[in-house]
Ligand binder design. Structure first.
Ligand SMILES: NC(=O)C1=CN([C@@H]2O[C@H](COP(=O)(O)OP(=O)(O)OC[C@H]3O[C@@H](n4cnc5c(N)ncnc54)[C@H](O)[C@@H]3O)[C@@H](O)[C@H]2O)C=CC1
Ligand SMILES: N/C(=C\C=C\C(=O)O)C(=O)O
Length: 490
């Protein structure tokens, strides 16, 4: 199909199906969040494209699943090498597409994407299965693990390549083939990855990427009868929809969802380290990380000092153009998202909350061409009730709320008092206290005296409305394979 003149001046992506780039009938506009301008056209795929991708993945499955894990690992390492060799190009693309700073893309997103391939290809070589002899019956029981088939992978816009590869790497290392659908707002680095698939020697059909919106392409993928498992990262509302759509087929689901993550700070914490880390955990990546801290509970005796020092540090967390290496935050993902985040500030004000810094108080010093970008300064709020929507709902922006507490029991109860249960942080020098509190917090991940120290071997996922299932190390191996019990009578 010939391209329009507008499309010729923009970056136009194509689906990657069966090892070939394929154009689409219609396209979705994709914006540069730092300017608000359309700069890219993303295929608006639907059922037809998803059907073709699933057929290609199905065809590739017998051969790929029969390869040895070592053969697969060799190809995945090559892919990691190629991402690293093209790191700067990927980082520039991710920063432009997502609005995140070039520093974050260079030091976090793209290195981690490469590492996902290295880590999972290697870790798959080390898993063992169970053996249970029943000599009295003349039987030997053992288990094997088999790849499941075509995996459907749906990833979000906040850490585009990092979270897409977190799913693709274990899925294919375990012998599955995949159809992945990145977020329609951040598709560019996934499309760049397809070119590397060819160079790394990933056989056609093993990885297929179909671009498009959630309701069209995403829905066609999760409700496809030939896709027996789905791994999804994104909002709780979309996860509920995916659960409904996949229910008729009893699919295996892994759902990694949002958070409203507390930090509990006791009076004996190392305040220098705690403030530095809690500013980072509140605002990293514009607050657009599911693990970001958004509720900070501080023991009353240090509350005033903490607040004063935290606000001063938050003001220094510079929001600026993503390409400026001195920027700590860039732009939010979209105009709609910026408006949504701002609506929580308006709500906080209407409920008598105090805004100490940020939206409504501080003006950002941006160049003229970035005036229509989706920027928002780091915002600190106090004086909000725990029952407010500001304290209950995921805001997913550079906004954090601080509140004092008096007792350990109170801190735990308030930390647990939301529908989410993804992550939490606890700050204290008292080892007994951090153990006690960590055990009582309803969260899939608890960091004590640190944040975002990630060991990919550990189970990753949330409790309550933050998700279903775990991925990471052994858990990804288990999710992306089916276990079979075999009994041999001898
Ligand atoms: N990692 C996380 O925890 C994330 C949380 N969020 C939260 O969700 C809120 C809304 O952001 P959205 O972009 O709307 O998230 P979303 O959950 O709608 O989008 C995530 C992915 O799901 C896809 N999707 C959407 N509807 C679908 C459907 N019916 N079937 C299959 N796939 C579908 C999207 O195209 C995208 O690839 C954010 O404000 C934030 O609070 C968003 C992204 C990531
Ligand atoms: N899943 C998300 C972050 C994961 C971080 C990690 O694996 O270290 C998210 O923000 O959605």
């Amino acid at each position: 199909m010939s391209k329009t003149s507008e499309e010729r001046s923009l970056l136009v992506l194509e689906n990657y199906i069966g090892g070939k780039f394929v154009s689409c009938r219609s396209y979705i506009d994709s914006y540069d969040p730092s300017t608000g301008e359309v700069y890219c056209k993303v295929p608006d795929s639907g059922k037809e494209e998803v059907d073709a991708a699933v057929a290609a993945a199905k065809e590739a499955f017998p051969e790929w699943s029969a390869c040895s894990p070592e053969q697969r690992a060799k190809i995945l390492h090559k892919l990691a090498d190629l991402i690293e060799a093209n790191l700067e190009e990927f980082a520039q693309a991710e920063s432009k597409d997502q609005g995140k700073t070039i520093t974050a893309a260079r030091t976090v997103d793209i290195p981690r994407a490469a590492y996902n391939f290295r880590f999972f290809s290697t870790s798959m070589l080390h898993h063992t299965t169970d053996c249970s002899p029943m000599d009295h019956m003349g039987c030997l029981n053992y288990t094997i693990r088999c790849p499941v088939g075509v995996a459907g992978l749906i990833s979000p816009w906040n850490l585009p390549l990092y979270l897409l590869t977190w799913k693709i790497a274990p899925a294919i290392a375990a012998g599955n083939t995949v159809v992945a659908k990145p977020s329609e707002m951040t598709s560019v680095t996934a499309w760049m990855l397809c070119k590397l698939m060819q160079q790394a020697g990933v056989p056609p059909g093993v990885v297929n990427i179909v671009f498009g919106s959630g309701p069209r392409a995403g829905d066609a993928l999760v409700s496809h009868p030939e896709v027996p498992l789905v791994s999804f990262t994104g909002s709780t509302a979309t996860a509920q929809r995916i659960t409904e759509r996949s229910a008729p087929y009893c699919k295996k689901l892994s759902l990694e969802l949002g958070g409203k993550n507390p930090a509990i700070i006791f009076a004996d914490a190392d305040l220098d380290q705690c403030i530095e880390t809690t500013v980072r955990s509140s605002f990293l990546n514009q607050g657009e990380v599911c693990l970001c801290t958004s509720r900070i509970y501080v023991e009353r005796s240090i509350y005033s000092e903490f607040l004063e020092r935290f606000v001063a540090a938050a003001k220094k967390w510079k929001t600026g153009v993503p390409s400026d290496p001195s920027s700590k935050n860039g732009a939010l993902i979209s105009k709609e998202h910026l408006e949504k985040v701002r609506s929580y500030i308006a709500l906080a004000k209407s409920e008598g909350g105090i805004i100490h810094c940020g939206e409504g108080l501080d003006q950002l010093d941006l160049p003229q061409r970035n005036k229509s970008g989706y920027f928002m300064p780091t915002t600190v709020i106090t004086g909000i009730s725990d029952s407010s929507r500001v304290m209950q709902e995921e805001i997913f922006g550079p906004v954090t709320c601080i509140s004092p507490f008096d007792t350990e029991d109170e801190a735990v109860a308030r930390g647990n008092g939301v529908r989410y249960g993804l992550s939490a942080t606890v700050w204290s020098k008292d080892v007994g206290k951090v153990h006690r509190v960590a055990q009582r917090l309803q969260a899939g991940l608890v960091w004590t005296n640190c944040w975002l120290v990630r060991d990919l071997n550990l189970p990753f996922g949330g409790m309550k409305n933050s998700g279903v299932g775990r991925e990471g190390g052994k858990d990804s191996y288990h999710f992306f394979t089916e276990v079979k019990s075999i009994t041999i009578k001898h």
